[in-house]
Design a protein around this ligand. Sequence first.
Ligand code: KIV
Length: 279
Amino acid sequence: MKKTVNTFIEAKKTGEKMTMLTAYDYSTARLIEEAGVDSILVGDSLGNVMLGYEDTVSVTMEDMIHHCKAVKRGAPNTLVVCDMPFMSYQTRVYDAVVNAGRLMKEGRANAVKLEGGEAVAPTIKAIVDIGIPVCAHIGLTPQSINMFGGYKVQGKSLEAAKQLIRDAEAVQEAGAFAVVLECVPSELAAFITKRLNITTIGIGAGAECDGQVLVYADMLAMFSDYRPKFVKNFANVGDEMRKGFKGYVDEVKNSSYPAAEHGYTIDSEIMEEIKKSES
Ligand code: KIV
């Protein structure tokens, strides 16, 4: 069954937990769809995980479109949400609408995600008003890392917690179909989840959110530059890859790969003829 924004809207009513994982390429997207994940986020975390930047600030619209197209080809039946990169929506509402349109038209996304609460609510409304579904993202918003001064839990003081609640309500009011809560204390995330009638998707926000999202390379132990507390390794693909790469090096070096069964044959008479005529 095709997963759409309605899957998320229905789930809020039925209480079914929603699953979301990031992906940045065709093959991974195919595997994620085969596993029955409800939504794929083409996150701007591709800056860290795929491109090796120290943060997401340098990710461009072209990067997002390129990867989103590949993901959608691999996951035609999954809700593909594409991140709007830094400076693609913060400048003017007009720029935001144009760039959201590009992610849909060129990237073939099914929805876009952008970071921020009350401050970006008018932008969310403008994008939703032209018919593009928006997933909001509040709490720790990595594009603002230079303001936060590091990857820290958000909403811990009374004022910060109240602001987060205002942010959640503002993005709901603006028409977002879901909101990512990143690095928010579990009890506060549970409170916000109860208060909203849109789906909350937690990452480091406890078990009581309506759904969860993880960066696939984190949960498969493929990315080891840093490891946030909320990450659980559901498999150790990183070790398997290291083992595979090392095995390849060893076998090529000692000539045990490729073996006869990995090669192609030629008629022996033709080969004899070549040897005769070329010697
Ligand atoms: O870019 C990303 O992967 C994200 C998730 C961490 C929610 O925004």
